[in-house]
Design a protein around this ligand. Structure first.
Ligand SMILES: CC(C)(COP(=O)(O)OP(=O)(O)OC[C@H]1O[C@@H](n2cnc3c(N)ncnc32)[C@H](O)[C@@H]1OP(=O)(O)O)[C@@H](O)C(=O)NCCC(=O)NCCS
Length: 184
């Protein structure tokens, strides 16, 4: 995880995940409300957080992932995560992110995702960053929009979630179209 810097924003400190975070990841991702709009399993199995943190670390080492624990700068409290799955062939990254339910609606996802997009372009040299969300999860789309991403379309019944085929919306940003406020 040494490959990644710590990123400071106005209110957040984005740092590498550590195995010591596993219990908090399990608690926050184990929330039904978080599982419902992601591909996370529910209930969240014991031990999965450790596996996820270790595999993220391996991905960072290989150069095909970047991942940050989202923490409140003042309290140093872990509240979420932002991850980029990198495709080196196409020089692009796919974003995924979550914030613990008690911290929703305060702009934290936007602040964290905006910083990671900036990191993806400036430090990782990515050409394009894209992301998907369930169409029934407009808050996620709003985060993407606020981060300068462009709505590129809707994939009908693209994902089967808990036995139901679901539409997903696709958003993207390419490096020349960085909006104001993005640090590059
Ligand atoms: C989606 C999620 C990351 C948003 O985190 P957050 O910290 O609350 O996001 P922010 O506060 O930065 O921004 C949320 C925006 O969505 C808006 N929003 C919330 N609910 C909404 C709804 N039902 N319809 C439209 N917009 C909505 C908010 O008003 C805010 O926009 P605004 O600043 O213009 O008012 C969080 O709800 C989450 O982690 N959900 C579970 C996991 C998940 O869905 N991850 C994304 C998978 S792609």
């Amino acid at each position: 995880m040494e490959k990644q810097p710590i990123i400071e924003t106005d209110r957040l400190l984005l740092r590498p995940f550590d195995l010591a975070d596993a219990a908090t990841v399990q608690r926050l991702c184990g929330d039904h409300a978080v599982a419902a709009t992601t591909l996370l399993p529910y209930p969240y199995p014991e031990g999965l957080a450790e596996i996820w943190i270790a595999s993220l670390s391996e991905g960072i080492e290989r150069g095909d992932a970047a991942g940050f624990a989202v923490t409140l700068a003042r309290e140093k409290r872990l509240i979420g995560g932002v991850r980029l799955q990198i495709d080196p062939v196409h020089v692009r990254g796919e974003l995924g992110f979550w914030i613990g339910r008690s911290c929703w609606g305060r702009g934290y996802a936007t602040e964290a995702v905006r910083a990671v997009i900036g990191y993806g372009f400036s430090a990782l040299g990515l050409h394009r960053i894209h992301a998907m969300h369930f169409s029934r999860n407009p808050a996620s789309g709003r985060v993407m929009e606020k981060c300068g991403m462009v709505h590129e379309g809707r994939l009908r019944e693209h994902v089967r979630k808990w036995g139901v085929y679901e539409d997903v919306d696709v958003w993207g940003i390419v490096s020349p179209s960085l909006g104001p406020g993005l640090v590059v």
